[in-house]
Write a protein that binds this ligand. Structure first.
Ligand SMILES: NC(=O)c1ccc[n+]([C@@H]2O[C@H](COP(=O)([O-])OP(=O)(O)OC[C@H]3O[C@@H](n4cnc5c(N)ncnc54)[C@H](OP(=O)(O)O)[C@@H]3O)[C@@H](O)[C@H]2O)c1
Length: 231
């Protein structure tokens, strides 16, 4: 399958690497395909162009382009942009390129303007997932994978126990397809919980403040939620 990733950061490159390994065609994208990103303590992330060149050298079908290029390229689209700027990025990707497609939204609406830890730009009665779906009424938006770090998204088996991933979105068939294909068949998730329509993205995004505290408390981002139910 050809997959267009809107974004070029850590999540975009981690997802792209796994998807390329699985044999998919992938385009990562950026406002400037030549600009690497200095992430401070996390090091420098190669530019979209450098990432694609390195993958191509490994014999994988990797490409880099603008947000619009990736949106046109992908049969499936992934939004992996900073949540604060996701709506702008998706507007520049072009609504016509996204028409009818499934878009997996992994972004969180984090506000870093007052330093660390970030807060949520909006929450409780609103979410980024809902804003994206409202801005792209002809696109089938599925919120997923925003509740864990990038490495765990594509390799849940690195945790010693089975943990939980969620889907939310207004299109049941799109949620089912993302659950069965992207999450289960491609990334190896065994416990997917379908939370229903896109208003569930509020809770998924509001998990972020607790995730950030857990990161501090446990000293690792390699952790996740596990939902355990009684009878
Ligand atoms: N990092 C994780 O492990 C993790 C885990 C779960 C969810 N998430 C969420 O996934 C998303 C991506 O995270 P990330 O860590 O990979 O990278 P990030 O630094 O949050 O986002 C990088 C992407 O956002 C785009 N962007 C930044 N400012 C922009 C602007 N003004 N206009 C348009 N686009 C802009 C960048 O575009 P350029 O390429 O042009 O610079 C880049 O492609 C975020 O929403 C994050 O909250 C991250």
């Amino acid at each position: 399958m050809d997959i267009g990733i809107i974004g070029s950061g850590q999540v975009a490159q981690t997802l792209a690497g796994k998807l390329l390994e699985l044999g998919h065609g992938v385009m990562v994208s950026s406002r400037d395909v030549t600009a690497a990103k200095d992430r401070g303590d996390w090091g420098v992330i190669p530019s979209a162009g450098e990432f694609a060149a390195a993958q191509t050298a490994l014999g994988r079908a990797a490409a880099a382009g603008s947000f619009a290029d990736a949106a046109a390229f992908g049969e499936l689209i992934i939004n992996a942009t900073a949540g604060e700027h996701s709506l702008d990025a998706l507007q520049s990707a072009g609504t016509s390129h996204l028409h009818g497609k499934i878009l997996v939204d992994v972004a969180n609406p984090l506000d870093f303007s007052r330093g660390m830890p970030p807060t949520l730009l909006f929450c409780n009665t609103d979410s980024l997932g809902e804003r994206i779906q409202a801005a792209l009424p002809d696109t089938r938006v599925v919120k997923a994978l925003n509740t864990m770090n990038a490495g765990v998204m594509i390799d849940p088996g690195q945790l010693p126990e089975e943990t939980t991933v969620f889907v939310a979105g207004d299109d049941q068939k799109a949620r089912d397809w993302v659950s069965a294909e992207v999450l289960t068949a491609w990334f190896g998730w065994r416990h997917v919980v379908d939370l229903g329509d896109m208003t569930a993205a509020r809770g998924l995004e509001m998990w972020m403040p607790l995730w950030l505290r857990l990161w501090g408390a446990t000293g690792t981002g390699v952790m996740n939620l596990k939902v355990v139910t009684g009878a």
